[in-house]
Write a protein of this length. Structure first.
Length: 427
């Protein structure tokens, strides 16, 4: 871990454990309640029609989704079989790969994919987390999605949610993705002088990253060290959900399940999702079920923008010349990524948009919209970008191959000349 990241964590930890932070938290909560009440009053909203800001909720679960190649799935499985029995009780549902027996867990598959339980992990000594259930499905012929569902020993209210972060944030290591800010020496000395809003943001951002730490430290992730993984908080409350009253104007994207009456919210360019439910009921939902049915089409419709951002960083290393082109695992993974998007197909018998409209309503900043129109050009755009970069990478590879041949020819000539001189001298 970078020294600056460790300093930032200590700076944050000292502040949230100070009396100043606790006093400011009480003050801000009172101001928020007053501002909300005054805003409703100014808009002449009747008591029964006031906006629902979804308060007094608790977190029951958190799911984290990781995208893995066949090599990645193999490494995860090896880790599952080697977890210390003192801390974990593992129920594996797949055979452990060995030196003599290797398996293609992710393989060519153009038809409909199945999904199932990959493993179940009981945490025997953890204070907060009871178990982690891993389910998975193939996205395409090159990558699979493993969805880790974290179940807490007790639902987390606001106080225990914050305490979970305070107790665990110092456990983050160099294997983990960490969001941090640079601080001066003077700021580091003042233990109770952090910006309150920044501290609250740090708490919210750190919660899924701490859970991600369990994957990167105890298991394996191909993306989790350098990127935040796709995650979703499952929140429940006693009051029912009324979609007409729920405040969605500040939410970039929201999906409302009409049958089961719950909402999934997200930011378009971030991997963080949140499920809002009522009646103290936890609906059965997992992303793998949709991946199994709609595969690439679903994945790039909902997570395509994030994948594009990751691809930009990976591809830039080659396009800028910072990294030379050589056929290795990293380069092969990039080629598979370019190829995988070509498997996006439109299945008339199982059209994703038709099925979505039957079960869901789509909102953006509180306004109901048509999902197909909203994402109409996205998948085509992603496919075009990947195809263009595939062609460009092919040209770079050919140039690199030509250069290597030229170097080999020059080296051969030099060796031949040296051999001639040696033969003359020894004659």
């Amino acid at each position: 871990m970078q020294k600056g990241a460790r300093k930032w964590i200590e700076y944050y930890w000292n502040y949230v454990n100070s009396d100043k932070y606790k006093e400011e938290k009480i003050k801000r909560k009172a101001e928020y309640e007053k501002a909300t009440h005054d805003s409703d009053k100014e808009e002449n909203i009747q008591e029964e029609e006031q906006a629902d800001y979804y308060e007094d909720s608790i977190v029951t679960h958190l799911s984290i989704c990781d995208v893995l190649s066949n090599d990645g799935v193999t490494k995860v499985l090896k880790k599952l079989y080697s977890l210390p029995k003192k801390k974990f009780k593992v129920h594996n549902h797949y055979k452990k790969p060995s030196i003599f027996h290797k398996y293609d867990y992710v393989h060519l598959q153009y038809s409909e994919s199945g999904y199932g339980c990959f493993a179940e992990i009981e945490l025997l000594e953890d204070k907060y987390i009871k178990s982690i259930k891993a389910i998975w499905a193939q996205i395409n012929s090159y990558f699979a999605l493993i969805e880790y569902c974290f179940t807490f020993k007790k639902p987390l209210d606001e106080d225990s949610y914050n305490q979970f972060v305070y107790d665990n944030i110092r456990n983050l290591t160099s294997k983990d993705y960490i969001i941090w800010h640079r601080i001066s020496k003077e700021e580091g000395k003042r233990k109770d002088d952090m910006d309150y809003g920044l501290a609250e943001q740090m708490t919210e951002e750190s919660f899924p990253l701490i859970c991600q730490h369990y994957i990167t430290s105890f298991l394996y992730s191909e993306q989790g060290k350098n990127n935040p993984l796709i995650n979703m908080e499952y929140r429940i409350r006693k009051a029912p959900i009324d979609i007409d009253r729920l405040y969605l104007k500040g939410i970039v994207i929201a999906y409302y399940n009409k049958k089961s009456n719950y909402v999934i919210c997200s930011d378009y360019d971030k991997p963080n999702y949140c499920m809002l439910t009522g009646n103290n009921r936890f609906p059965q939902f997992n992303i793998c079920e949709y991946i199994a049915t709609y595969r690439n089409e679903f994945f790039y419709c909902f997570f395509g923008y994030r994948e594009l951002k990751l691809f930009e960083r990976e591809f830039s290393k080659f396009s800028t010349g910072r990294k030379s082109i050589a056929y290795n695992r990293e380069f092969k993974k990039l080629l598979n990524k370019l190829q995988s998007v070509s498997e996006v197909e439109s299945r008339k018998e199982k059209d994703i948009y038709t099925a979505f409209n039957e079960a869901w309503d789509f909102y953006s900043f509180g306004k109901k919209q048509d999902l197909k129109k909203y994402h109409e050009n996205d998948i085509a755009k992603y496919k075009k970008i990947y195809e263009n970069n595939f062609s460009y990478l092919k040209v770079l590879s050919e140039i690199n191959y030509t250069k290597n041949n030229q170097r080999l020819m020059i080296l051969t000539v030099i060796i031949s000349i040296v051999a001639i001189f040696i033969s003359i001298l020894t004659a």
